[in-house]
Design a protein around this ligand. Structure first.
Ligand code: GDP
Ligand code: CA
Length: 319
């Protein structure tokens, strides 16, 4: 069996750990197509937060308490940059993480595409799934906000990390998406998949930028594989993170139904056949989409693997 997962960072990484665990029991192959909209160049380094979250988590090297970056991280480089008064000082750049960004940036500067760089980094971390960026092209999420009495577009990282999403927010723009091509291997993986899963990642700033790559979205929407999504919202809570702020900013309800409404039914130009909601959201109805209510708290790998089993059952592909 071949499983493709559309994934953001921390939530996607946790989900993928469960996918990997369940896939091992089936002898299935997993390909993760990961958001690059958060990517940013800082201090001359190319930083890919979501790819790194997935790579470190599946490689067993992530910091489970902080949620992002490396366990046992130190911050000497960040402190030294601050001592020089170099901005941006609000960005958490760990020392171990910096080595990853140095390797990535050197390879990119030498002409390798991000997909090849990701494969090279994964040779060390052995995530046990194939990690593909959604695109090798520049695709950055910018946020139109009011700041200092002025309407401006700022990079998603500045909105998220510096301002904690706490600004009057009007819309999200996926800069470069119109011309972005899916990375090598992405369309083949989707077309060869037995099932496509949408991780319980942030729908607005993790999954939407992936689906903003036109050919990728078309492959998911019109491909042969059934598509099942997992709600990142339980009740009216984003569990962890700021999906509630993002949903509110795009005028969507903060609920499992609200997220499914953004994705839409495959029978109606959207991307979903099935939608898993939490047990507490039983009774959620989404036009043209089959829903099922099961526990959606990713408390540990077993609980998450059980979610994945339910998702495959809903897709009708559990071997
Ligand atoms: P990011 O890119 O690091 O922000 O991570 P993602 O976009 O992949 O995932 C973040 C989202 O995961 C959060 O906004 C939550 O809505 C969701 N999430 C986190 N933990 C859980 C969980 O235990 N269960 C479910 N259903 N969703 C979760
Ligand atoms: Ca992210």
């Amino acid at each position: 069996m071949r499983i493709v997962v559309l994934s953001g960072g921390i939530g996607g990484a946790k989900f993928l750990a469960g996918v990997r665990a369940h896939a091992r029991t089936l002898g299935a192959e997993v390909t993760a197509v990961v958001n690059v909209g958060d990517d940013v160049r800082m201090h001359g380094l190319q930083i890919c937060p979501d790819l790194d979250s997935v790579m470190y988590t599946l490689g067993g090297a992530h910091d489970p308490d902080r949620g992002w970056g490396r366990v046992g991280e130190t911050w000497v480089v960040k402190e030294e940059l601050a001592a020089y008064g170099v901005e941006p000082s609000w960005f958490g750049l760990g020392d171990k993480d910096t080595a990853t960004h140095l390797v990535r940036t050197q390879m990119l500067n030498a002409g390798y595409p991000l997909s090849a760089v990701t494969a090279a980094l994964c040779a060390r971390w052995q995530p046990g799934v194939t990690l593909l960026p959604a695109t090798d092209d520049r695709l950055e999420t910018h946020v139109v906000v009011d700041v200092d009495d002025e309407r401006r577009a700022i990079h998603f990282q500045e909105w998220w990390v510096r301002y904690r999403g706490d600004l009057p927010t009007h819309r999200f723009v996926f800069v470069g998406a119109d011309n972005a091509k899916s990375a090598p291997g992405v369309l083949d993986a989707i077309n060869a998949a037995d099932v496509v899963l949408i991780a319980p990642s942030n729908p607005v700033v993790s999954i939407a930028p992936i689906l903003a790559v036109g050919a990728l979205r078309d492959a998911v929407a019109s491909g042969p594989a059934p598509v099942v999504g997992v709600s990142p919202i339980i009740g009216t809570s984003p569990v962890r993170g700021m999906a509630d702020k993002c949903l509110t900013a795009v005028g969507a309800e903060v609920s499992a139904a609200g997220v499914a409404g953004l994705y839409g039914s495959r029978s109606d130009g959207g991307v979903l056949d099935g939608w898993l909601v939490d047990s507490s959201d039983a009774g959620t109805e989404v036009a043209g989409v089959t829903t099922r209510a099961v526990p959606l708290w990713m408390t540990d790998e077993d609980a998450t693997a059980a979610m994945v089993r339910h998702a495959l059952e809903l897709a009708g592909v559990n071997a």
